[in-house]
Design a protein around this ligand. Structure first.
Ligand SMILES: Nc1ncnc2c1ncn2[C@@H]1O[C@H](COP(=O)(O)OP(=O)(O)OP(=O)(O)O)[C@@H](O)[C@H]1O
Ligand SMILES: [Mg+2]
Length: 228
């Protein structure tokens, strides 16, 4: 297996089974550094499963996965958190911490990384403003609308300046205007050099961006179009 440094992510024959059922079936795919791509396909096709594997949040049954040239199966316990720090993730169900304010949810990554308070306040303030939710900084997540929570999840994913963003249905709870704000934030972030993967059903979102579209059906790549 050769390691190609142009790739941010590479999967070789990856299969993931739940019980007897294959959520991903022998997937070979690569995303290069700095690429923006959509992953689409019907409900149950394996989009979230793929993103979870790339975030190193689940084991897989067969195959190999390289993330930033590291074989994730061969990473020790200390290597995994280091690699994860380079990946920002927006989960389909947000996974915000309910006992912490919006500000603290977003700031947590920076606090863990040992950044000073001034830096954190500036960075988090900027991100919340860019999404129009600065007025919610002190609120608890459960007091926010679904769309606002989605924006908090995105701010949290971006705040550590990760090299890779994995966004699972990042506009799923948003109206059209808010979806386009979020999409523009992701495109801006991509323009600064990040690799961005967006799992979505949203055909309008995909059509508006003119980017690579990988379609999964029954856990396999059914089509892969529009890439550079
Ligand atoms: N934790 C789990 N336990 C058992 N089966 C699972 C689990 N997670 C996913 N699956 C199954 O794996 C398959 C792929 O699920 P996945 O969540 O990846 O689909 P998806 O493409 O993200 O769908 P959606 O568009 O609804 O979000 C589905 O058949 C699902 O039922
Ligand atoms: Mg999903």
């Amino acid at each position: 297996m050769s390691e190609n440094s142009k790739d941010a992510i590479r999967l070789f024959g990856v299969t993931k089974t739940y019980g007897g059922q294959k959520a991903l079936n022998n997937v070979d795919i690569a995303f290069y550094r700095g690429e923006f791509a959509f992953v689409t396909g019907p409900s149950g096709a394996g989009k979230s499963t793929l993103l979870r594997l790339l975030y190193l949040a689940a084991d897989f049954t067969q195959g190999e996965i390289l993330v930033l040239n590291r074989n994730v199966k061969r990473m020790g316990r200390s290597g995994l958190p280091m690699l994860r720090r380079k990946i920002g993730v927006v989960f389909q169900d947000f996974k915000l911490i309910s006992s912490m304010s919006v500000f603290d949810n977003v700031a947590l990554v920076l606090e863990v990384a040992g950044k000073d308070r001034k830096f954190i306040a500036k960075k988090v303030g900027h991100l919340l403003r860019s999404m129009g939710i600065e007025g919610k900084a002190n609120a608890l997540p459960q007091s926010l609308s679904g769309g606002e929570q989605q924006k908090v999840a995105l701010a949290r994913a971006l705040c550590g300046d990760p090299e890779i963003i994995l966004a699972d249905e990042p506009t799923g709870s948003l109206d059209e205007d808010a979806a386009s704000v979020v999409m523009n934030i992701l495109l801006d972030y991509h323009a600064r050099g990040a690799t961005v993967l967006v799992a979505t059903h949203d055909k309008n979102l995909i059509a508006s961006a003119q980017k690579r579209v990988v379609t999964l059906v029954n856990g396999a790549v059914a089509s892969d179009t529009g890439g550079p």
